[in-house]
Design a protein around this ligand. Structure first.
Ligand SMILES: NC(=O)c1ccc[n+]([C@@H]2O[C@H](COP(=O)([O-])OP(=O)(O)OC[C@H]3O[C@@H](n4cnc5c(N)ncnc54)[C@H](OP(=O)(O)O)[C@@H]3O)[C@@H](O)[C@H]2O)c1
Length: 285
């Protein structure tokens, strides 16, 4: 008898990690719902790759998100693989980030992830199997200065993943967190665009803090080769296809160094390490 085709959902499939993941899942025979705002990109992907079903959603728009969740609930075949990937960053010292910008980011990176997961869970429970892959970040385990709000959203993704994993294990549903380091996608450009010209609007007090940390982080990239999104898509595929996926996976530029230090140093020592790495040890304003 022919096996039924399973349905996967990848959010943020119009570029970067999500796009590569959608392609790889389709290659494994999944019917892949590829969701994001840029429908023209998704339609182009569907023309190129068999098994891709493009679907527009703006996860920051609560009404639109609810419509999308209704669509998911009404699917004839439930989603059995959910890749919660859509996300973006904003930069800025905590004092500089408006609450509106922080709330919007949380609507996409956290509440969107929770809501889409809620919409997929009844179907997975009915199946008594499923895999939920949450794209966190190495910033889900420590926070770079000037990226505190983004890191806060990813810490929250880690907490949700940890609780959910234990809650849904009795139904045969697996939950995996992925912690990419730096990966070459549109992520940086989007972050810059969403943030705007920080130096122009910050208080003069902060200028040297931005400049020192910018130079500190910049140093890490000298002569560096930053891997592309295929690296993470391969890991997602490995987790989805595995009989016993790990709780969390990490890969990407600098992820090993930072996550190993975070796992081995105590809080004070890690704080010193990160202050040093980001070039702020000797700064006094
Ligand atoms: N690249 C890195 O260095 C890095 C490192 C750690 C973690 N990550 C995480 O990896 C994930 C994927 O990022 P990426 O590197 O592949 O970046 P990317 O190329 O910018 O992709 C982000 C995806 O999210 C979608 N998205 C953004 N806002 C959305 C919204 N309001 N509604 C629906 N979809 C939205 C975008 O689609 P539309 O614009 O078409 O809506 C796009 O498809 C993110 O969660 C990010 O935090 C990335």
């Amino acid at each position: 008898m022919e096996e039924k085709r399973q349905t996967a959902l990848v959010t943020g499939a119009s570029s970067g990690i999500g796009r590569e993941t959608a392609i790889k899942l389709a290659g494994k025979g999944f019917q892949v719902i590829a969701a994001a705002r840029r429908m023209e990109r998704l339609e182009e992907l569907a023309r190129q790759v068999q098994g891709i079903l493009p679907r527009r959603v703006d996860l920051s728009d609560i009404e639109d998100r609810e419509k999308f969740c209704q669509y998911l609930s009404d699917l004839p075949e439930p989603v059995s693989v959910l890749v919660n990937n859509a996300g973006y960053s904003i930069r800025g010292a905590i004092e500089d980030v408006s609450l509106n910008d922080a709330k919007r980011l949380f609507e996409v990176n956290l509440f969107g992830l929770i809501r889409v997961t809620q919409a997929c869970l009844p179907g997975m429970r009915a199946l008594r199997f499923g895999t939920i892959v949450n794209i966190s970040s190495m910033a889900g385990k420590f926070a770079f200065p000037m990226s505190g709000v983004y890191a806060a959203s990813k810490y929250a993704v880690e907490a949700v993943s940890d609780a959910l994993r234990i809650e849904v294990r009795p139904f045969g549903i697996r939950v995996v967190a992925i912690r990419p380091g730096f990966i070459a996608t549109e992520f940086n450009d989007v972050g810059n665009e969403m943030t705007g010209d920080l130096l122009a609007r910050t208080d003069p007090d902060y200028k040297p803090v931005y400049q020192a940390s910018g130079a500190g982080v910049g140093k890490m990239f000298v002569n560096a080769t930053v891997p592309g999104p295929e690296l993470i898509a391969d890991i997602i595929l490995e987790a989805v296809m595995s009989d016993a996926p790990k709780t969390a996976y990490s890969a990407g530029f600098m992820s090993k160094v930072f996550l190993e230090q975070r796992a081995t140093l105590d809080d004070d020592a890690f704080d010193r390490f990160l202050t040093e790495t980001t070039g702020l040890t000797d700064l006094k304003v």
